[in-house]
Design a protein. Structure first.
Length: 383
């Protein structure tokens, strides 16, 4: 989303100065010399690397120094930050503030509300705050990881690094805004601007598809167990899973154990293959069991003219118009999901009508131009 936004701003004549962590996966950037050194945040172990990661999460002197130098040479007018938490740290906020550069932040997850930035743990919604998240091992089911996250969260909250330095927040959904207001954020400092998708990137299919699709990260909060349970109830319907993630092997073993011949894992898809996956599906299922902050998969599916069946949780009910672009079901209820899938499988006319409506909504309500107009109002407001 950050890269798409950068491209959109450049198209409108803005000069973008990127600041991130160094990585071999990065796109080329004329500012990469100013990026902070890479640290491992996914599989942290006790040792020197672990200490480096912990130090970076708490406060990065390197990030502070590098962004200070970058500011002097580029003289930016505004800073729009995204997920800086672990790889960069909020150490850069004070530098930007001192340079009188207004800061805006797009909220992509729940890191400002709890140490466990997904608000999901041990298979269920988890809204434990502060040190309670350590006691319950809310991060990676590890006391060590949970203690580090709880300490970093407590420190940054105590110092008010985010609330004190960030002038305005962008919430991608009303649900995200409401959750932050519940936690004490000022309603006046949060504006809802949904993510966008350029529907012209995908040509909607004139066919009606031949499988039920899931596309996304294969992790517990995404609800793949519910998807597979629904597949078990509908052996005559083909189900395809696109994506990779920590649960991949476990899910494949489950499918094999259940003897499901109607479930296929197709791996990670990008570009043309990803678009084709959407277009060739009868419907796309978003069976999430956590508070989805947005759900870009919904927009991508709708742009392809494919109906969506999603959990009634988080921001998803804001994106799926029930009985118009798809259906909503109770999170975790595989029987209800299977029933809704059957309705679409059996009614080709309904699929086509929903797909056409879904495409039209993306073309009118989630366009890059509309997003740009909304964003410019916020930019002008805080400068």
């Amino acid at each position: 989303m950050m890269l798409d936004l950068s491209h959109l701003l450049e198209q409108h004549g803005h000069h973008i100065i990127s600041f991130a962590m160094q990585s071999e996966k990065n796109l080329d950037s004329p500012f990469s010399h100013a990026f902070v050194n890479e640290v491992e945040t996914e599989k942290v172990k006790i040792g020197w690397q672990g200490l480096r990661t912990a130090g970076r999460m708490i406060y990065s002197w390197q990030a502070r120094k590098k962004i200070s130098s970058l500011i002097k040479t580029t003289k930016p007018e505004l800073a729009h930050i995204h997920n800086i938490y672990h790889q960069i740290s909020p150490s850069i906020l004070g530098v930007l503030q001192k340079a009188d550069i207004p800061i805006i932040m797009t909220i992509h997850d729940w890191n400002l509300l709890a140490p466990n930035y997904t608000l999901f743990d041990h298979g269920e919604i988890c809204e434990k705050r502060g040190w309670a998240s350590f006691i319950n091992k809310c991060t990676k089911d590890s006391y060590l990881a949970s203690a580090l996250d709880a300490f970093v969260f407590w420190l940054h909250q105590s110092l008010g690094l985010y609330r004190r330095n960030i002038k305005h927040f962008i919430a991608p959904s009303q649900f995200v805004k409401d959750k932050h207001i519940e936690a004490g954020f000022d309603e006046k400092n949060i504006t809802v601007i949904p993510h966008f998708f350029d529907a012209s990137k995908i040509t909607p299919s004139s066919e009606t598809g031949d499988y039920v699709g899931f596309i996304g990260r294969l992790s517990p909060e995404k609800g793949l167990l519910v998807f597979i349970e629904a597949a078990k109830k509908l052996p005559e319907v083909m189900f395809k899973i696109a994506g990779i993630g920590p649960e991949e092997e476990k899910l494949k073993e489950l499918v094999e154990t259940l003897g499901l011949r109607n479930v296929e894992f197709v791996g990670r898809l990008d570009g043309v293959m990803r678009d084709r996956f959407y277009r060739n599906a009868m419907c796309v299922v978003v069976p999430s069991v956590w508070y989805e902050p947005f759900g870009l998969v919904v927009l991508e599916s709708c742009a392809a003219g494919t109906p969506v069946i999603a959990s009634r949780i988080g921001a998803l009910p804001e994106l799926v118009k029930e009985n118009q672009t798809g259906f909503l079901f109770e999170p975790g209820n595989s029987a209800e999901l299977a029933k809704m899938i059957s309705l679409l499988v059996e009614d080709v006319g309904m699929r086509r009508a929903m797909g056409a409506t879904a495409r039209r909504i993306v073309e009118t309500e989630y366009t890059p131009e509309l997003h740009y107009e909304r964003l410019m109002k916020v930019y002008k407001k805080i400068q």
